[in-house]
Design a protein around this ligand. Sequence first.
Ligand SMILES: *[C@@H]1O[C@H](CO)[C@@H](O)[C@H](O)[C@H]1NC(C)=O
Ligand SMILES: *[C@@H]1O[C@H](CO)[C@@H](O)[C@H](O)[C@H]1NC(C)=O
Ligand SMILES: *[C@@H]1O[C@H](CO)[C@@H](O)[C@H](O)[C@H]1NC(C)=O
Ligand SMILES: [Cu+2]
Length: 697
Amino acid sequence: MAAPTKSSLHNNLLFFFFLFSIFTTSVVTGAHPLDQLSPEELTSIQAIFTATYPPDPSQKNTTFHYIGLDEPDKNAVVSWLHHQQHQPSSASPPPPRRALVITRVNRETHEIVIDLATRTVVSDRIYDGFGYPTVTFEEQVVANLLPMEYGPFKESAERRGVDLTEVTCSCFPAGWFGEEKKRRVAKLQCFSTKDTVNFYMVPLEGITMVVDLDAMEIVDYMDRDEAPLPKAEGTDYRLSAVDPPLGPRLNGAVLVQPDGPGFAVDGHTVSWLDWKLHVSFDARLGSMISTAQIYDPEQQAHRSVLYRGYISEIFGPYMDPSPNHYFKSYLDVGEYGFGLCTVPLVAGIDCPANAVFMDGYIAAGTDGSPVLWPNVVCIFERHSGDVMWRHTELGIPNRVVTETRADVSLVVRSVVTVGNYDHIVDWEFRPSGSIKVQIGLSGILEVKASTYTNVDDIKDGEEAYGTIVADNTIGLYHDHFFAYYLDVDVDGVANSFVRRKAVTKRVTNDDKNVSPRKSYWTVVPETARTELEARIRIATEGPEELVVVNPSKRTRNGNPNGYRLVPGPTINPLLTEDDYPQIRGAFTNYNIWVTPYNRSERWAGGRFVDQSRGQDTLAVWTQRDREIENRDIVVWHVIGFRHIPCQEDFPMMPTLSGGFELRPNNFFEASRVLKVVPPSPVTIGNCTAAVANRIQI
Ligand SMILES: *[C@@H]1O[C@H](CO)[C@@H](O)[C@H](O)[C@H]1NC(C)=O
Ligand SMILES: *[C@@H]1O[C@H](CO)[C@@H](O)[C@H](O)[C@H]1NC(C)=O
Ligand SMILES: *[C@@H]1O[C@H](CO)[C@@H](O)[C@H](O)[C@H]1NC(C)=O
Ligand SMILES: [Cu+2]
């Protein structure tokens, strides 16, 4: 989000992935129709593609921008799953495995669907609307090197006293600012790597290039508003390079699970306690949770909760309108690919010692062969040190009753690094039946170089568009919006979205009711009938509880079975609705949207996001105001962080986290944690797990 992408950081990563690109074949027993494409399938797609479109030497080579599972028919997946659970002995045919392939050939974007069983191209559609597919790593690598051979840039670098061997450049999406003409371009800006790996803190301010990505050449050059090169000293974040004295020092700890992990992984299906969920990885969307169900011992059935959940799009507009920065308004999922930008997790640190890792494969670039993306997802039991539930009872004469239970949950994590920003993406499943979704922001701030070194340097009438975070360094104001796709299926697909509004009532005294109270609040539930009735700006609308219910299923006490969405941090956009970035990021205009399920509507910012013109966003789809009552619905939750940088964000940012929760609401007859058996105390050899000591005072 919000970040220069590509860059030498990614060059190195690409190199790293190539080292891993010899893949192994494994036999997957628990195949699931939503499994990501396997390396064998990707290789087979490559062969089918080449057989159908023999290479034409007279033409420019094809580039693959996306290869992934073509979303199977939901009804077919649901009935396959149902069959698996109820008649596991008899085989049920899974829906056909199909791939969606997005290519560019001769400056045209193709959307090709390939059937893997019949090995045929089912359809090949040329997309000639606005917007382009995800930029490939290879394109970025090539584009980022263009300035090194470009005369005007070489002169600018020399004038700044910067050696070209100590320069790295990054591609930035160009966005759309009202231009009529279509041209597939990106912007380039460069940084100094002299004396630091944290080159983002040392921009060659004032230089912006435009590169035509199809012709792969620089077509526009600007060098203006030059500012001094900020100093590299103190920016390097590697422990080995941090200036002493270091401190404070942390003590170590170990996590051991003598009985092994409490979860099982079969193919891509994870079982833990009563939960069963599918975890997959997509080049565009990154990690995805699918067909999450919870076993209900009372009903003796697996009950559906979440058909699919993932980050559908992000929006990261920056607030400096000047020529070198105005275009920074990122839609990273569609522009760069959250899967493509997913990085290998560091065992023991990014994920605890008891984690299990999953790999992904990505096929993109000129070749289209599968490349292993190792350790893209980790799954672990979190022993958080928090309390799952407790009570101390002091109300019974001569007795004290204390019951307390440690909180244990199952976390599915991935890390997406888009240029400077790192996103820690967590899906946490709890014994209570709740799903907590969290995003952590870390990495490096996006800065611009400036003549300012002190707030007193900013004269009246001047704007810094950010905070002076270090000498000659401004951390620009910006927002981070995350649009989550939540295809909630509360015990079946036909659901409704209910807004339980809390309203103040005056106490009316009559003969039967005489109260000294003047007021109270009560609940007025409103079921949203159509899309426009379900759009919510949380900050400005009254207090309400948001619940997805299954209107045909009730508890014995008559309450509709539901799952409640406890919203995350929300901000409202402050750009005007006619501003180009906001037109493209219009899916952030509300924090909640509900749409009828439609397999084509999966990406909140549209299918082709790079240089899109905002014609294919969630905000546009919902204008049809379709019916959403008692049908298969999708909830879109847009959370956000307004980032006013501060000096503690320099030279790197301590993680800032926030999230939301999907919590059972009259889904079960009673608390789901009452009967959860706590873990036995752990003993290793002669040691017993440490128990906190009393501090003597
Ligand atoms: C096309 O690809 C082939 C094989 O990778 C390569 O040798 C050739 O130079 C490419 N042609 C163009 C025009 O890029
Ligand atoms: C499904 O979504 C696509 C894209 O927004 C739209 O063209 C189509 O009409 C939708 N189908 C239905 C039944 O709403
Ligand atoms: C530790 O355990 C071993 C065998 O399990 C035993 O021989 C030894 O005495 C124990 N040491 C202590 C300090 O309890
Ligand atoms: Cu930020």
